[in-house]
Design a protein around this ligand. Sequence first.
Ligand code: F6R
Length: 237
Amino acid sequence: MRVVKGGSREEWADYVAEMLIARLQVRPALRLCLPTGLTPVPIYERVAAAVAAGRASFRETEVFLLDEFGGVEPDDPGRCDQMLRRFLLANVNLPDARFHRFRLDGDIEAECRAYEQAIGAGCDLTLLGLGGNGHIGMNEPGALPDSLTRRVDLAPETTAASARYFAHDRLPTWGVTMGMATIMRSEEIWLLAAGARKAGIVQRTVREDVSPSLPASLLRSHPTTLLIVDDDAGREI
Ligand code: F6R
């Protein structure tokens, strides 16, 4: 895993956004896995501005949502698909048919199998945030390297942390997520972290043994993972 220190939070967001814009320019039919959470928001704003300015396009791109909260209303603004729409997709020209997300009102196992099939050999590029307990997507501590897209229970601390996405206190206790193996099939992975709150878990991700007890550490076995941190998140490495 190569580590890139991106400077201030603004510089870090500029850096990641420009790299993503460059990928879209070189490969317009990019197959992209995108997270939600708060980490990527400034990056998405910059990429949307670049699309508005005609510097990039999602017209041929395919987007796979990384994960989704279960047990919340389909139109809840805290849902991952709603967040990705609000912060990025509503402002870019991605055809709706090429936005892959999870429908959780039917047979969830069948939905997860279909998701795996749609991803096939893997995404070209996967962006990831980093949970405070080292989770990746909703792969909580204990997630195995060969795990696929599936329903998962959230760790209590992940449920508690989700309060910042929801305007009510009916917080999710489960979700569906691409598995560690699904993520690791991606040609490129960018693990993103910003802010002092992430400094400790960034340090553990880089220094602790590679182990399912710290899912982010498993990414160190991937040949092209970049860990891209701002100065605050990277201050202990
Ligand atoms: C969201 C996701 C989560 C977040 C992580 C960090 O789709 O997959 O793993 O990336 O919980 O969340 P933030 O960015 O809000 O600190």
